[in-house]
Design a protein around this ligand. Structure first.
Ligand SMILES: [Zn+2]
Length: 95
């Protein structure tokens, strides 16, 4: 049994206009889609913070506010390809 763990492929990290964009990371979304069907299980993690999180600069931390709960920043980055459609096809989510 093979499991793929997709860690924090989210707007704030993978989109050029994200709060903590990592240059080049947008290619990860496409890579995930290349290999996703080769796995029996796929786990997606989410970075997801309350607005007053201690890791944010304004609260004494070192990071700019990012992946604030229920904002676009927490959304899965799809790199122009719709994760939702893939997940729906796999029966993971339904719209
Ligand atoms: Zn975070």
């Amino acid at each position: 049994m093979k499991t793929l763990v997709v860690v924090d492929v989210q707007h704030d990290f993978a989109s050029p206009d994200g709060a903590l964009y990592v240059k080049g990371s947008e290619i990860i979304a496409n890579k995930v889609l290349e290999v996703i069907k080769d796995f029996d299980h796929v786990v997606f993690t989410l970075d997801f913070h309350p607005i007053n999180h201690c890791s944010f600069v304004e609260n004494g931390g070192i990071w700019p506010a990012h992946c604030v709960a229920y904002t676009e920043g927490t959304a899965y980055f799809d790199g122009g390809i719709r994760y939702g459609e893939i997940l729906e096809e796999l029966g993971v989510v339904k719209y």
